[in-house]
Design a binder for this molecule. Structure first.
Ligand code: NOJ
Length: 655
């Protein structure tokens, strides 16, 4: 039996600390042996006193009489340059207050609580140093609360479900969050502030989900291991940052980059990392033309791969994903994945030949490892599997963990448990060693570790377009920017233009598929439809897909409301060109855009792809209006988004 301990103090203390612009105040209180924090925005309390601390399983109990033995304050101002992403520079400006805490009597164990208050966020983490009789601990529970108003609105997806993060977002009230939900958890307070509860720098620990506790207060619910505990850690140990993003509007929330600022700089030189746009031997499987498994309609044959490489060259796309190339897809691959081989091709696929052909044509191969969650099987082959690709000049791998849980050390574990988190990290570090970039499907959520490991170019981690054909509503992509995308880029598999396919009918208009390349950022961006669709049916629309960058300088959200619509402008990292994308839910909408963010006195050639007045995602999805015109910073544009529609605009800098 474990004994329980509670890291709390008895002495009374009150400490106030502020954001650099003083708009956010934090209050730390030590009351009858317990630690609480609260948060104020413009003098309005947005987080009521919320408990902090842990329950720890141990041989000897911890005493809960904490005192603050030292407090340290620090001001930090820094501009961080990110190698790729939505933004070139982000601010890392905060006031830090560090509280060194100790038990007053008994064993005098110590730990540290580090707070950082930004102008748009509050973050804190626990740090536990090694101590003579306190070297290895098992976390029974983390008690961190976010005591927000129960009448706040919440936009949530459920946690601990078989499809991991792949659920439709639902609008609800905080007082209804009886079951755990994932972070980022986006909230709107009755006073009108927008908050998102998330975490940063998740390493070697269970991922935080959130739910109401028995006192009706929102509390972190760390994803458990199969033994029922939350994490086994060696000291020193620090938890991920608990992060509360704070904004005045939904659109402002989408610009919050504090998650990255809370992560460490890159561990080594990552100048070899390059963002990528790619096509794939992929959608043909989803619409039933080809199969992953070998047979008459096998997709990943040497011949098909070469044809797709030729198509990529003609289309001006730099990469090709090849799925279904290895042993393990026969029969029910979801069931049989335990036998997947990551260094053995199917008889009709020759990676040596295909990779040579790709190299000669200057095309990057995106390799594929579908583990089906059989982590034990994958880890046995890991080094060999990465060497196999690296030796053939493959610099990108899409990994996948389909399956409701993972098999780790012979036991079923959640993807977002400590063991799951550690497995993903192992792949990231090994890939970095081999100069390989990753696009992780069925991933652990993003917590900004891309700053430290820029070779994580993308993740899935939400419902993507493979759910089209009935399970995606037009509002889904209008929730993502305010929820999932606060955790970083997403491989949404955009650009499926064969909208009326009888197997997978898309719930979008044509121009909306182009808009996704702007509204949903991904460092590895897939042009997901089959190449013949681009070449023969939509060559003009494809120009937009070809040109839109995968690396931006500035991101400027222009308008939007959660689950209703989203309009964003982004400037290319490598030129002065701008791109604008807009998406709407089931309701048509007119949008007026001032172009005053363009360079003063310069001319831009605008290529506009917008819904026609009679377009509709169900009845008339292909109705598109294309227009080219010259514009400048004093101009504005009036655009129409049809029900389930959107628009995409390229603004090419002329002079
Ligand atoms: C689910 C992934 O999201 C999808 O992209 C992939 O094709 C299948 N698993 C098979 O690996």
């Amino acid at each position: 039996m474990f004994k329980w301990a509670n890291l709390f103090g008895k002495k009374k203390a009150e400490k106030e600390f502020y954001s650099p612009d003083k708009s956010i105040k934090c209050l730390l209180e030590l009351k009858s042996g317990q630690l609480f924090y609260s948060v104020y925005k413009n003098d309005k309390r947005i987080v009521k006193p919320s408990r902090l601390g842990f329950l720890i399983c141990g041989e000897t109990p911890l005493v809960d009489d904490l005192i603050i033995i030292r407090e340290q304050k620090k001001r930090h101002e820094e501009n961080i340059e990110l190698p790729w992403g939505e933004e070139r520079y982000i601010k890392n400006n905060y006031n830090e207050s560090t509280f060194y805490l100790s038990e007053e009597k008994e064993q005098r164990r110590i730990f540290t609580l580090r707070f950082r208050v930004f102008n748009n966020a509050v973050a804190f983490r626990y740090e536990i140093p090694p101590q003579p009789k306190f070297r290895q601990i098992t976390i029974k529970d983390e008690l961190t609360e976010f005591n927000v108003d129960l009448n706040s609105i919440a936009w949530k997806i459920p946690a601990y479900q078989p499809d991991r993060y792949e659920y439709n977002y639902e609008k609800t009230m905080v007082h209804q969050l009886k079951k755990s939900v994932h972070t980022p958890l986006t909230l709107k307070t009755p006073t009108g502030y927008y908050l998102a509860i998330h975490e940063a720098a998740l390493y070697n620990y269970g991922s935080a989900t959130i739910k109401l506790d028995q006192n009706n207060i929102l509390k972190t619910d760390i994803t458990p291991l199969s033994d029922g505990t939350k994490a086994h850690v060696l000291l020193p140990f620090q938890t991920p940052w608990r992060l509360l993003m704070i904004a005045n509007s939904a659109i402002e929330l989408t610009t919050n980059r504090v998650m990255y600022a809370l992560n460490e700089p890159p561990v080594s030189d990552f100048s070899w990392v390059k963002t990528l746009k790619f096509i794939g031997i992929w959608w043909a499987m989803f619409v039933g033309e080809w199969t992953w498994a070998p047979g008459e309609r096998h997709g990943a044959t040497t011949e098909h791969a070469k044809e797709y490489i030729d198509a990529a060259v003609r289309l001006g796309i730099a990469g090709l994903l090849i799925e279904g190339w290895n042993e393990g897809w026969e029969g029910d691959w979801l069931e049989n994945g335990i036998h997947n081989k990551f260094t053995v091709s199917t008889p009709d696929f020759d990676l040596d030949e295909v990779s040579r052909y790709a190299k000669n044509n200057n095309i990057e191969i995106v390799g594929h490892h579908e583990t089906v969650g059989f982590v034990d099987n994958y880890e046995k082959q890991l080094e060999e599997a990465y060497n196999y690709y690296a030796a053939r000049g493959v610099h990108y791998i899409k990994t996948g963990y389909a399956g409701s849980t993972m098999m780790i050390n012979g036991r079923r574990e959640f993807h977002h448990s400590q063991l799951g988190v550690n497995h993903y990290q192992k792949t990231v570090e090994l890939a970095a060693k081999k100069h390989i970039c990753l696009d992780i499907h069925e991933p652990i959520k993003g917590t900004g570790i891309e700053r430290t490991w820029p070779n994580i170019l993308s993740r899935e981690g939400a419902r993507g377009q493979e759910y089209e054909g009935g399970a995606l509503s037009p509002s889904h992509a209008c929730y993502l920017p305010y929820t999932r995308l606060l955790a970083g880029g997403m491989d949404y598999t955009s650009g499926i233009l064969d909208l009326a396919n009888s197997v997978k009918r898309m719930a979008t208009t044509l121009s909306r598929q182009l808009a996704y390349f702007v509204t949903i950022y991904s460092g590895m961006q897939m042009a997901a439809d089959r190449p013949f669709i681009y070449e023969h049916r939509f060559p003009d629309e494809f120009h937009f897909i070809r040109d839109v960058p995968t690396n931006f300088n500035i991101t400027l959200p222009l308008a939007g409301e959660i689950g209703e619509y989203y309009v964003v402008a982004r400037q290319d990292r490598n030129s002065k060109d701008w791109y604008i994308g807009g998406v709407t839910d089931e309701n048509g909408r007119r949008i007026h855009i001032n172009l005053d963010f363009l360079e003063q006195g310069s001319i831009y050639e605008a290529s506009i792809y917008a819904d026609a007045e009679n377009a509709h995602y169900r009845e008339n999805p292909f109705a598109i209006v294309k227009q080219n015109k010259k514009v400048g910073y004093t101009d504005s544009l009036d655009l129409y988004m049809a029900p389930g529609g959107g628009f995409a605009i390229k603004l090419k800098f002329k002079d």
